[in-house]
Write a protein that binds this ligand. Structure first.
Ligand SMILES: C[S@@+](CC[C@H](N)C(=O)[O-])C[C@H]1O[C@@H](n2cnc3c(N)ncnc32)[C@H](O)[C@@H]1O
Length: 214
């Protein structure tokens, strides 16, 4: 969902850095071969992730929700030369696709894939991180936050995607079987109230929150 008029949105994208060729290829192949291609971050959000990563210049990055690897490659653009990016996804059918594109990038040896539920994998990662991107199942966002906060270095950044959930976070009458909307409402409140982080919610695309560990 776009929260600004299409014409203005086109202008915004047009005046943003171009999408690297490798990511254009990845997007094309995702749309040809993989279910739910709209899950991919895409050109504009990808450039924002790249820019934030370059500003943070992280040594270690953690991504929760790899999908076909688009956002991982964007985040890797800002990583230090001796840095590592750890990315987790539960869908084993995506592993070879991700690896193919990671291997074509400049960061092949620095990107580490983890297959399984992030709830199981994060506690086993014996590392601290400077940048974390949360972009997996919405129901578990608060659990992910609680699992990573002690692994986040002071000054480290958590980026959380889809926090506006197409505007549904304003809807008090969500369906009974919709567990994601209340989970995101609770997550947004958690970020706002947790004194270990300072938080700004940006109305970019489907909502992207930046939280910085104090
Ligand atoms: C929105 S997509 C990620 C998009 C990707 N970050 C990008 O921008 O290109 C969400 C991904 O989270 C994964 N996922 C869902 N539940 C998960 C879990 N419990 N642990 C790890 N990954 C999960 C899905 O398999 C899916 O690939």
């Amino acid at each position: 969902m776009h929260f600004i008029p299409e014409e203005l949105d086109d202008y915004v994208v047009k005046h943003t850095e171009d999408e690297p060729e490798l990511l254009q290829q990845l997007t094309r192949e995702t749309y040809q071969k993989i279910l739910q291609p709209r899950m991919l971050s895409g050109h504009y959000q990808g450039r924002i992730l790249s820019m934030i990563s370059k500003l943070v210049n992280p040594k270690n990055i953690l991504e929760i929700g790899t999908y076909t690897g688009y956002s991982a490659l964007c985040l890797a653009e800002g990583m230090q030369d001796n840095g590592e990016l750890h990315t987790i996804d539960v869908n084993e059918e995506l592993v070879d696709f991700q690896r193919k594109y990671f291997d074509k990038s400049d960061y092949a040896s620095q990107i580490h894939q983890h297959l399984g539920s992030a709830l199981d994998i994060i506690p086993k990662l014996n590392k601290t991180f400077d940048l974390v991107f949360i972009d997996a199942d919405k129901d578990n966002y608060s659990k992910y936050f609680n699992l990573i906060i002690d692994k986040l270095n002071t000054g480290g950044i958590i980026l959380s995607d889809n926090v506006l959930w197409s505007g549904k976070i304003l809807d008090k009458t969500f369906k009974k079987d919709d567990t994601s909307t209340p989970a995101l409402i609770a997550y947004n409140a958690l970020l706002k109230n947790d004194t270990r982080v300072e938080t700004v919610l940006l109305p970019i695309r489907d909502g992207l929150t930046i939280s910085r560990k104090i």
